[in-house]
Design a binder for this molecule. Structure first.
Ligand code: 13P
Length: 256
């Protein structure tokens, strides 16, 4: 089963819309023609940059998919400061991250909210990148798999098998985010394999063989080839290194 790898750059709250345009242009310039034939790349800028990045990608026909970092689960209403998935769909957004550990930990998003977002993103024809991952304390207590599998089961409630097949799951151990610490490729593979077998249990083998599972947490040009060579790792969700076009271009070219 061949799954097209997806490398995603989550810029978090970095780069204004002027900087975003320069960064995307530089990234495009740095990637040789043909180097993205077998890999998909999505860029997830802050909301205020999205329209500018969309215009650039579409007018220059750049081979990047537009992504968002977050959305609300309702289409509209009295939700001050929130962004509707319907509005993101209007901007031709393809991927929306949901359930990132920073949203869960800093903004109190529950598994139920993440599930509602997964359903809302799918309803608007976009693809969720649903995140999961354990804290250091959970890892040390040997609770990694139970935590991650619990997040997957809760996040996928009411999602059809066909929809599950189409989505992206990102395994991001919280202790590896922005710390320079990366899970060993063997550890990352073990957890991603456990996620895939849970998906098989929930939605069947076809969905499990098709769903893409990313690893995230201090991915760099230097460690991406080994992580990406693992059989159950189909991509990377990259934070800090995606802000640097040289480093992100190296990650994208993990195949050499
Ligand atoms: P870093 O790559 O900076 O560790 O961030 C990972 C992440 O949270 C991507 O969503």
């Amino acid at each position: 089963m061949s799954r097209t790898p997806l490398i995603s750059g989550n810029w978090k709250m970095n780069l204004n819309h002027f900087e975003a345009i320069q960064t995307v242009q530089k990234l495009h310039y740095l990637i040789p023609k043909g180097a993205m034939d077998d890999v998909e790349v999505s860029i997830h800028p802050p909301f205020t940059d999205i329209r500018s990045v969309q215009t650039l990608i579409e007018s220059e026909e750049l081979d990047f998919a537009l992504g968002a970092q977050h959305c609300h689960f309702e289409d509209s209403g009295a939700f001050t400061g929130e962004v509707s998935p319907a509005f993101l769909a209007k901007l031709n957004t393809k991927y929306v991250i949901c359930g990132h550990s920073e949203r869960r930990e800093v903004f109190g998003e529950s598994d139920e909210m993440v599930n509602a977002k997964v359903l809302a993103i799918l309803k608007h024809g976009m693809t969720p990148i649903m995140c999961c991952g354990e804290t250091l304390a959970e890892r040390e207590a040997d609770e990694t798999e139970s935590k991650v599998v619990g997040q997957i089961v809760a996040g996928l409630a009411g999602v059809s098998n066909e929809q599950i097949a189409s989505l992206v799951i990102a395994y991001e151990p919280i202790w590896a985010i922005g710390t320079g610490k990366t899970a060993t490729s063997e550890d990352a593979q073990t957890v991603c394999a456990a996620i895939r077998s849970k998906v098989a249990e929930i939605a069947g083998d076809d969905a499990a063989n098709t769903v893409r599972i990313q690893y995230g947490g201090s991915v760099k040009g230097g460690n991406s080839p080994e992580l990406m060579s693992q059989p159950d790792i189909d991509g990377a969700l990259v934070g800090g290194a995606s802000l640097d076009p040289d480093e992100f271009a190296r990650i994208i070219q993990f195949n050499g």
